[in-house]
Design a protein around this ligand. Structure first.
Ligand SMILES: [Zn+2]
Length: 329
């Protein structure tokens, strides 16, 4: 079994080498392959101690440089229209969460290479908030000196990894089951930590694009704005009524900011169900992005596509190997 695994990995490295010496087109001859890639944040150094959502500006540049030279990169809309080139890997690029660092680091690089991308963003700014709760929680947990906190009348204790745990469940996993309104008491519990964090040069790890930046991105012909829900709630964990409001408000607020129809939607946390897909279609989304399909049957739904999430813990070469393979396992 181990030998088989080594053999398989060697084969993937050999394939990558063939691409690096410019002969990749022969490898993909008579084959169509497609991937939609998801990035989250870009920072200066690729810091992963707060979370696993950021790659460095250098890594991103190297990645874009390689894929633009070796593969065919198209817009998400062309991807859905199957405007694929034969004998190559056809790639569409997406970003989730709408970080200001996308505007600062990714957009200039994408423009330099003329690479199209779709940015899936929330409109939590509508609630006078310019960050998403997972980033808030990751940062305050990392910097907090509190050994325990009380949330929802439960005593959460900090473990050696810096996570707050109650009864074997992390605060983060608990929050994935809650609406933004229910999560808000945490802003008060960690207000001192958050004040300190905001005084430090940590903006790249939490700050979202403001409305002017979103508007500016929407105006650029190379880029599209898609919705990522209203407050990044896990739509499978709240009531259907709450979930439909999240989907609808996310769309409407973005449309008023961008002054154009918003037709692309990506489920927060990749979490969805068939009723929510029907609802998203009903209110006018033309392209609905997932991470993984829930069922095999959904692969036949022309609105849906799965995506390949870039993992910052994996080095550049291995990332390309997995990209060719289309999955990490
Ligand atoms: Zn997200």
């Amino acid at each position: 079994m181990i030998l088989l695994k080594i053999k398989y990995r060697l084969l993937l490295f050999l394939k990558l080498f063939i691409f690096q010496i410019g002969l990749g087109k022969y490898l993909l001859r008579n084959r169509y392959r497609e991937r939609i890639i998801v990035f989250h944040g870009i920072d200066k150094t690729g810091e992963t101690k707060y979370n696993s959502r950021f790659v460095s500006e250098k890594y991103f540049t190297q990645f874009i440089d390689f894929i633009s030279k070796n593969y065919n990169i198209i817009s998400l809309q062309d991807f859905y229209d199957k405007k694929f080139k034969p004998n190559t890997l056809n790639i569409a690029i997406t970003f989730d969460d709408g970080y200001a660092n996308n505007f600062k680091y990714a957009i200039p690089i994408l423009e330099k290479y003329s690479i199209p991308a779709t940015f899936f963003i929330t409109t939590i700014q509508d609630n006078n908030t310019n960050f998403l709760w997972p980033d808030f929680l990751d940062l305050v947990s990392f910097y907090s000196n509190q050994n325990s906190i009380i949330f929802e009348n439960q005593h959460y204790s900090k473990n050696h990894k810096g996570e707050f745990i109650y009864n074997g469940i992390s605060l983060k996993n608990r929050c994935k089951k809650l609406s933004w309104k229910e999560i808000q008491p945490l802003l008060n519990i960690f207000k001192d930590e958050w004040k300190i964090i905001q005084q430090q040069p940590l903006n790249d790890y939490w700050e979202l694009m403001n409305y002017n930046q979103i508007k500016e991105v929407a105006k650029k012909p190379l880029f599209k704005i898609g919705s990522h829900g209203y407050t990044h709630a896990n739509l499978n964990s709240i009531t259907f009524e709450e979930a439909t409001l999240e989907v609808l408000k996310g769309k409407k607020v973005l449309e008023s900011i961008c002054e154009k129809p918003i037709l692309d939607f990506a489920f927060p946390f990749g979490s969805y169900n068939s009723e929510l897909i029907n609802y998203s279609e009903k209110i006018g989304f033309k392209r609905i992005l997932l991470v993984d399909y829930n069922t095999e049957n959904e692969k036949n739904n022309p609105l849906l596509r799965n995506r390949f999430v870039i993992n910052p813990h994996i080095n550049f070469k291995m990332q390309l190997v997995y990209l060719l393979k289309g999955k990490y396992l």
